[in-house]
Write a protein that binds this ligand. Structure first.
Ligand SMILES: [Zn+2]
Length: 459
């Protein structure tokens, strides 16, 4: 049997610049090329220098979150020959996301780094996007047609619009990479579909692998808890700020709030949305009949939305006078974003509330605000003075990732001989491997380090 080797260029033992390379005989397959959301400088990029130039024959992109696609232009600088493949939905979203990266990167990185990133221009990104080959879920395609063909099939992985897992069949072996996945359906996105088992190798994400009851909260109870806070705040005369990612969380939150207003669970008030999130909602609408989408006949564009004012107008927004719901990016309140700026005034308002509905990295302002004690004073980002915490702050868990029990179920159903853990922090991976050992006693388990080659199925 030809060797199958695995190398993490990023996203090994952490959630970051996710990028994985598989060598299948003489064929090089790259999966994703992300940017780390928090790291600065070259540390934020996948380790492209670990690959020989021209080592990548095919390059499959699982979905359009920037920790999976932000490094594509960078990776293609040294691998220009690679044939890039993604679902049509991912291609559409990637265009918006990468154009946004191109405008943000110069603000986050010094000139000496930007000088070495010639592909982050609008024209070049458009060219890269135009060259991506669209492939639909469930339709096998060939990566290599030599004497030992390599076949790939994308499987809808839930998570966000267009997201997929990849089944690779080569030399009588089956390798399944989950991508970012969720078996449970969300408000707008259907749950994942898996290939028939068994597979030989399962490369699985482990974001929620930690042994933590909080991560197992059901969506129904979380939604009820969220709507109680939103309702109490609006009826008490205050406004609610929900920091969201422009891709995925915003569309989910908009639909949740609209459903709740229609069902009279919260008062009907103005909903504010803005910028890039709107562009992505348009793609959700344009591809409303995608297999990823639930409620295919309901368009986000039909929901009445007010514009979040631009920077200068933010502090005089009408939401400070009239009870409203503001869905502002970013989800982690990254410096300079609308949610970051709004928080500084929101925190001082006694009758207001800030509701976090997703994960916040401990290094971000969102983490500091979401963990602030009422009555305390906090400082975040590059703020000069601290602000008093007078508003209500609540955290909710609406994960777009599989819960721990779902991750175990994937392993149970696919019965792999070798499990490779990715996309999780060390703690999540350690506790999750213990659970996997009980669930799949037959399987070898690896948690690859970035930069180290692993031979799959060799023992
Ligand atoms: Zn993702």
């Amino acid at each position: 049997m030809d060797q199958i080797q695995f190398l993490a260029l990023g996203g090994g033992r952490e959630i970051g610049a996710n990028s994985f390379f598989l060598r299948l005989g003489s064929h090089g397959l790259l999966i994703d090329a992300g940017l780390h959301p928090e790291k600065k400088g070259w540390e934020a990029f996948p380790r492209a220098e670990l690959l020989d130039p021209f080592a990548v024959d095919s390059f499959i992109v699982t979905h359009a979150h920037s920790d999976h696609i932000g490094g594509i232009p960078f990776l293609l600088q040294s691998q220009p020959q690679a044939r890039v493949i993604a679902t049509p939905e991912t291609i559409e979203i990637a265009r918006v996301m990468l154009r946004n990266s191109a405008t943000l990167l110069p603000k986050q990185h010094p000139l000496e780094i930007m000088d070495k990133l010639p592909f982050y221009t609008e024209a070049k990104i458009d060219e890269l996007i135009t060259n991506i080959e669209p492939r639909r879920f469930g339709k096998p395609f060939q990566l290599s047609e030599t004497s030992k063909p390599i076949t790939a099939t994308l499987y809808m992985s839930g998570h966000i619009l267009g997201a997929g897992g990849i089944l690779i069949e080569y030399d009588g072996k089956r390798i399944f990479h989950t991508g970012d996945t969720s078996l449970h359906p969300q408000t707008l996105i259907a749950g994942a579909e898996l290939p028939e088992g068994p597979v030989d190798v399962l490369i699985t994400e482990s974001t929620n692998g930690r042994d933590d009851a909080y991560l197992s909260h059901s969506r129904e109870t979380e939604l009820e808890r969220l709507l109680t806070v939103v309702n109490d705040t609006l009826t008490g005369g205050g406004s609610v700020l929900i920091p969201v990612f422009a891709l995925g969380k915003m569309q989910e939150a908009l639909m949740m709030m609209t459903d709740a207003m229609r069902d009279k669970k919260i008062p009907t008030v103005d909903i504010y949305t803005g910028g890039m999130a709107r562009l992505i909602s348009q793609i959700y609408d344009k591809t409303a009949h995608s297999q990823s989408r639930l409620r295919n006949d309901e368009l986000l564009g039909d929901i009445k939305q007010e514009d979040i004012p631009r920077r200068d107008g933010l502090f005089s927004g009408k939401f400070f006078k009239t009870p409203s719901i503001v869905l502002a990016s970013s989800g982690m309140m990254q410096e300079g974003t609308s949610s970051y700026l709004l928080a500084q005034r929101w925190l001082r308002q006694k009758t207001f509330a800030i509701c976090f509905i997703g994960y916040t990295d401990p290094r971000t302002p969102g983490y500091i605000v979401s963990h602030a004690e009422p009555g305390s004073r906090i400082k975040f980002g590059s703020m000069k003075r601290d602000v008093p915490v007078r508003c209500k702050i609540e955290r909710f868990r609406f994960s777009a990732h599989a819960r721990r029990e779902e991750l175990l179920e994937i392993a149970r159903r696919l019965k792999p001989k070798h499990i490779v853990l990715t996309h999780g922090d060390t703690e999540a991976m350690n506790t999750f491997s213990e659970a996997l050992r009980i669930e799949c006693p037959q399987a070898r388990i690896s948690a690859p380090e970035v930069g180290k080659w692993y031979r799959l199925l060799s023992e």
